[in-house]
Each structure stands twice: as C-alpha cells, then as structure tokens.
Design a protein around this ligand. Structure first.
Ligand SMILES: [Fe+2]
Ligand SMILES: [Fe+2]
Length: 248
C-alpha cells in the first residue's frame, strides 16, 4: 500500500491528534447526556403523621411489654442460676453460658427501659419470677450440664414461639393510618419508625433465643435423662408463666 493511497482513504476533516479526538469524544458524550431526559431533581422524603394507637392496640402493646419484660427477667435469672453452678463444675462451658447470659441481660435491660418509657406496670408477681427462675437455673444445673441445656431448649422453644406470635399480631393488626403531611392525604401501609424499630427489636431477640436453642442442642441437651419429661414440664411451666405474666 502506497502512502498516497493511505492519504486518499482517510476522510477529510479527521485530525491526527489523540488529544483533540478525546476532547471531541468527551464533548459528544456531554452533548448526548444533555439531550437525554433531564434528571429529576431529588424529591424530599415524604413526612407522615400516624394516628394514635387504638385502645385495643395500646392494651396489646402493654401486655407485650409486661410479659416480655417478665420473660427476659426470668431468662436472666435462669442463666444466673446455671452460671453459679456450671461455671465451677463445667469450666469449659463458662464462656458459652456467659455469652447467652449477657444477651439475656441485654434483652432484660431493653424491656426494663421500655417499661419505664411507656409507663407499663410490671408484673405484680415479679419477686416470684425471680425466685422461680433462679431455682430452675440452679436446679437443672445441679442435675448436670445436659439437664441445664434441656432447660434452655424448653425455655427457648416457648419464648421463640411466643415472640413469633407477637410479630404475627404486629404485622396483622398494626397497619395504622398515616397523614401525608405534604398532600394531607390519609394513607395506609406506611409503618412508623417507632413500629419498625419495635418489630426489629423483637425479631432480633427472637433470633438470639433460637441461637441459644441451637447452642443447647449442640451441647447435648438431648442426652439429658429423662429429656422428654424435663423439657415438657419446663415448657408447661413457661407457658403457665407467660399466661400469668400477661394478666397479673
Ligand atoms: Fe431473651
Ligand atoms: Fe434466650
């Protein structure tokens, strides 16, 4: 191919400067983006004002806080009792027990705080929950680590299920109407931040309880003798305690 042939095949007007080619490309892209649909300016987030809870909703929330506070107090005292015995008898378990106990302390403190904030009266038989739970913790731990873990399986099965029931009611009965503060329109299906946080808290506690259940199974809960009797008696006790704490 001769040099004269090369010159003839290059279209007129094309420059050989890479920089200028780049610049024109940039300008073209810029032009294209200007020709495209204009970008909508960001819309400010909508603000809503939720209607107050109905009497029925308020009563349900009060009951949830009262029974969950009593339940978490119970869990705190059960682990305290188990820890007293097993941290000495089963030092290998010390860290695992402490981890679960710390989580229960956090659950317990959170509900204590909510109880004060929302002015929910505590269960009237709180001293009984403390003594009963501590005795259950010490008693099962004295039977052995397997019995203590079987106790955890029973308690966490009931409490995990109990939290799930509460989440179901919160999902079904708390679609609270909200006023769009810009348009004045009343809308449904918009959850308040308060309700989102509350549900998220219960969900995260429920997950902790199910983790405790798994831990207990991993640590030979099912080898406890008699496992079935032990877990069924403790489950029945927990269910009776939940029923009572919701009401008294
Ligand atoms: Fe808990
Ligand atoms: Fe737990």
């Amino acid at each position: 191919m001769t040099s004269s042939h090369l010159v003839k095949t290059i279209p007129r007007g094309v420059r050989f400067s890479t920089l200028s080619q780049l610049r024109s490309q940039v300008q073209q892209v810029h032009q294209d983006s200007n020709d495209a649909d204009p970008i909508d300016p960001p819309t400010p987030p909508k603000k809503y004002k939720h209607a107050p809870f109905t009497e029925e909703q308020k009563a349900f929330l009060d009951r949830v806080i009262r029974v969950d506070q009593a339940g978490e107090l119970g869990a705190d005292y059960i682990y305290a009792g188990q820890y007293q015995v097993l941290s000495i008898r089963e030092p290998a378990l010390r860290e695992t027990l402490k981890h679960m106990w710390d989580q229960e302390i956090h659950h317990h403190n959170t509900f204590n705080k909510l109880q004060v904030e929302r002015r929910v009266r505590p269960s009237l038989i709180t001293p009984l929950w403390k003594v009963g739970a501590f005795a259950m913790g010490v008693g099962t731990a004295l039977l052995g680590k397997e019995a203590a873990m079987a106790c955890t399986v029973a308690v966490e099965t009931v409490i995990g299920g109990h939290y799930n029931d509460q989440l179901r009611v919160l999902a079904q009965k708390f679609d609270i109407p909200a006023e769009d503060l810009t348009s004045g329109e009343i809308v449904k299906g918009i959850e308040s931040q308060e309700m989102t946080n509350f549900k998220e808290m219960i969900r995260s506690f429920r997950d902790d309880e199910l983790e405790h259940l798994d831990t207990a199974v991993e640590h030979d809960a099912e080898k406890a003798v008699p496992y079935w009797l032990l877990t069924e008696v403790i489950k029945a006790t927990c269910k009776a305690a939940v029923w009572t704490a919701e009401r008294v």
